[in-house]
Design a protein around this ligand. Structure first.
Ligand code: HEC
Length: 133
């Protein structure tokens, strides 16, 4: 009689463990099915965007340190375009660099930060620069 009770308790306990285990697996699989959708923006800007970017370079102080073909204080924009392919990731990377400023990639002379230039404008300028091949 005693044995049967122990056996029943054991079976019940095992059942409880297995169901709770099953529940956790269901939970985790539910979690993994929620995949975040990332929008991959098209890397090819329109001709109008490129023209706007070109004009923004002149409106801001960029051309006092950069020229398209020749190294000035900063690297020639054509050299920048050679180094970085025109991809969405590079637009982001270089936009952050222009806004925050930086040094050490082209030499020891730092680029001043541009915190007051709207990020959307900076992106257009970068899109224009990276289209120079
Ligand atoms: C005071 C001079 C100066 C001004 C003004 C300036 N730059 Fe620069 N820029 C530099 C220097 C110097 C570097 C190189 C920094 C380095 O070696 O990391 C540079 C680097 C860059 C790079 C390449 C960054 C990299 O990590 O490879 C880009 C793109 C760029 N500038 C865009 C711009 C734009 C757009 C503007 C205007 C909003 C601008 N710069 C204004 C001096 C300047």
């Amino acid at each position: 009689m005693k044995r049967i009770t122990i056996l029943t308790t054991l079976v019940v306990a095992m059942f409880a463990v297995s169901t709770s285990f099953a529940q956790t697996t269901v939970k985790t699989t539910k979690k993994t099915t929620v995949v975040k959708k990332t929008t991959v923006s098209s890397a090819k800007p329109s001709a109008a965007t490129l023209e706007e970017g070109k004009q923004l370079l002149a409106k801001n102080d960029c051309l006092s340190c950069h020229k398209v073909d020749v190294k000035l204080v900063g690297p020639a924009y054509k050299d920048v375009a050679k180094k970085y392919p025109a991809t969405a990731a590079n637009y982001d990377l270089l936009s952050k660099k222009v806004i925050a400023g930086g040094s050490g990639v082209w030499g020891e002379v730092p680029m001043a930060p541009h915190p007051s230039v709207p990020p959307a404008d900076v992106k257009k300028m970068i899109q224009y620069i990276l289209s120079l091949k």
